[in-house]
Design a protein around this ligand. Structure first.
Ligand code: SF4
Ligand code: SF4
Length: 356
């Protein structure tokens, strides 16, 4: 292998974030390929949660998923986040990712890494943002929080993804228990040559969200090399999250969520008010007044008060020109620059260590 065979830079482009809002289209979709997971993280309700009862036999077959991507394209979506559960439990995940890439989508996937080393070769070149979840620089408290022994798999995955020149980064769920580990996490990310994406834990199924004091620790390292903290997110978090009277969340406007059995989850995965069959009829439905009213209502339900769900808030910041828009833009420009710098650094490493 030589450097010519490596892919060009795959950092996201600002155009992905800006075009959707300009055209009034959703910029991204959370495409749930499964609700199953082989981990039992204390801060997650996916395994054993209300969604887990959906039998796998009712999951959308491969061909229909590919048709869904054609529909998403028609709706203007630019980025598909392949999510779950653990997406690598899905046997056809590489086929789905390739179909998405063939249609010009940017792709994102988050994995707990237990299956990544086994499947890394088939995934190669198919994911533009590859998130590895890690809660601490050493095995503890990661293994306790994840309720498994996945720490070693994460470290193996980082080394393997670097050898394969994959665009990996670490997602660090910031909790009240691990904020003091930030310096160690940054050191690890520098050693493994990747971004540390700090994602504050939000409250949504009885768990405690992260305290302001811990958020301050994240903000304090936000300008350091290898770190990505979105200032608009931490500010909204500190202010108590979304307020239904002046919504920040534009779920179902900026972001769509699709279930493993092929339904649009309205307004969002986490608080479901309605399921709409996701087929070609939805293209016409999106033009109706009924859908426009539903879009207006998203983020304004009673249950939306105090919600700090960053999966929906982050893309929403780009749908209104205000200080959150500006803060998020600054953070994301910094992220893209940092990611490009690190990708160059990694390639130098690969050349120096004769891996390429
Ligand atoms: S690995 Fe992800 S989906 Fe699985 S339990 Fe943990 S946070 Fe939830
Ligand atoms: S504010 Fe929260 S609960 Fe309401 S639509 Fe947005 S993500 Fe869902």
């Amino acid at each position: 292998m030589n450097l010519e065979t490596l892919r060009p830079n795959r950092a996201p482009a600002m155009v992905d974030l800006v075009l959707g809002p300009m055209l009034g289209k959703p910029v991204m979709a959370y495409y749930y390929v499964t609700y199953k997971c082989n981990a039992r993280c204390v801060f997650c309700n996916i395994p054993d949660g209300p969604m887990d009862v959906l039998p796998v036999s009712q999951y959308t077959p491969t061909d229909t998923c590919v048709e869904h991507f054609d529909i998403l394209k028609k709706l203007g979506v630019r980025l598909i986040d392949f999510t779950g559960g653990e997406p690598l439990l899905r046997k056809d995940i590489a086929v789905l990712l390739r179909a998405a890439k063939d249609r010009g989508f940017r792709t994102q996937m988050t994995t707990n890494c237990t299956l990544y080393p086994r499947r890394a070769q088939e995934l190669r070149g198919l994911v533009d943002i590859l998130n590895f979840s890690l809660c601490s620089p050493g095995p503890e408290p990661h293994n306790t929080l994840r309720r498994d022994n996945s720490y070693d798999w994460v470290i193996k995955s980082l080394d393997l993804a670097r050898r394969l020149d994959e665009p990996y980064q670490i997602i660090f769920v910031l909790t009240n228990d691990n904020a003091d580990l930030l310096p160690g996490m940054i050191e690890l990310c520098r050693e493994k040559q990747c971004i540390l994406k700090v994602q504050p834990e939000w409250e949504y199924f009885g768990n405690d969200g992260v305290d302001i004091e811990q958020l301050r620790k994240a903000n304090a390292v936000a300008r350091e090399k290898n770190v990505y903290v979105n200032w608009a997110e931490t500010r909204l978090f500190a202010k108590g999250g979304n307020q239904s009277a002046h919504r920040s969340c534009k779920a179902s406007n900026a972001v769509l969520a699709i279930s493993p059995d092929g339904y649009l989850l309205y307004p969002c995965y986490h608080k479901l008010a309605q399921r709409v069959k996701f087929d070609w009829n939805i293209v016409e439905f999106f033009e109706t007044d009924r859908w426009k009213k539903m879009q207006e209502k998203a983020g304004r339900f009673n249950f939306c008060d105090g919600c700090s769900n960053l999966c929906y808030l982050h893309p929403s910041f780009y749908y209104k020109f205000d200080s959150s828009f500006a803060l998020s833009l600054l953070a994301d420009i910094r992220y893209i620059k940092e990611r490009r710098r690190i990708e160059h650094e990694r390639r130098d490493f690969l050349e120096t260590h004769a891996v390429v």
